[in-house]
Design a protein around this ligand. Structure first.
Ligand code: IPE
Ligand code: IPE
Ligand code: MG
Length: 246
């Protein structure tokens, strides 16, 4: 039986977030340089994006580069930035054909000008697409995002635009990079690591987690479907008892 048929289309995660990990180890296994792993990782990005759009996932967020990743060797950072530009150029067509809107979260001002320019161009060209929103987390750190939100809210309090009493979850949400994007339902992390690495800490408060040993360049549609089936077999109780939600 085709695995995809086992997915319940009415119970899809609305927001899927993926920590794409393991490119370096994948390359090492083949006796190649890390860059080779990153290049092959972009192929998994394309297949995953297309598969999610086809399934009907509304929001897909991909962790592509963290604030901590700036601490990698300079050459690796340069390679990743170049790869980003070439992928954006190449995948514009994929986004248009699949009616996908591109969005980015993170400290975009810290990206090289050439990357930012290409990114904003693709965001602009896809802004009217409506099947799926693809958010790329670039120079993204959850703590950085929270600090940024606290600063912006404080500024508004200082200028009497909002009062302290009205600060609630929705105000916080509106000041995060993910404003207008719903909370994460499912997080997938590849490569066997069981950690969050500063990703969407606020937004994953009630997310389900799926960890797989598969390295990111080997992550294909079948693994995605397995993760979704696992998600669909869980009971999300949000603090209530099992009986209450039946
Ligand atoms: C994920 O793969 C890509 C980025 C973090 C940019 P890694 O480069 O972290 O691969 P490993 O973890 O070293 O195998
Ligand atoms: C997390 O992967 C960041 C991305 C996938 C972009 P890392 O490979 O940087 O994570 P740690 O540092 O090993 O936790
Ligand atoms: Mg890693």
């Amino acid at each position: 039986m085709n695995l995809e048929n086992e997915i319940n289309k009415d119970k899809l995660p609305k927001h899927l977030a993926i920590i794409m990990d393991g490119n370096g180890r994948w390359a090492k296994q083949q006796g190649k340089l890390r860059a080779f792993g990153h290049e092959n990782g972009t192929k998994s990005v394309r297949t995953t994006v297309e598969a999610c759009a086809k399934l009907g996932i509304e929001y897909l967020t991909l962790y592509a580069f963290s604030t901590e990743n700036w601490n990698r060797p300079k050459l690796e950072v340069e390679i990743l930035m170049k790869l980003l530009i070439s992928s954006l150029k190449k995948e514009l067509k994929t986004l248009q054909e699949n009616n996908i809107k591109l969005h980015a979260i993170g400290n975009l001002n810290s990206l090289p000008t050439s990357v930012k320019k290409e990114l904003l161009e693709v965001i602009d060209k896809t802004k009217n697409n409506s099947k799926m929103t693809l958010s790329l987390a670039l120079s993204y750190g959850s703590r950085d995002e929270i600090i940024n939100a606290v600063k912006n809210i404080s500024e508004k309090v200082k200028n009497n635009i909002i009062s302290i009493d009205t600060i609630d979850e929705s105000i916080i949400n509106q000041h995060l990079y993910t404003q207008n994007i719903p909370d994460v339902d499912l997080v997938i992390r590849t490569s066997g690591e069981h950690r969050i690495s500063n990703f969407l800490l606020w937004q994953i408060a009630y997310a389900e987690f799926y960890f797989t040993e598969v390295l990111w360049p080997d992550f294909k549609e079948e693994e995605l479907i397995k993760a979704i089936i696992s998600y669909q077999n869980r009971e999300r109780r949000f603090g209530k008892t099992s009986e209450q939600i039946k």
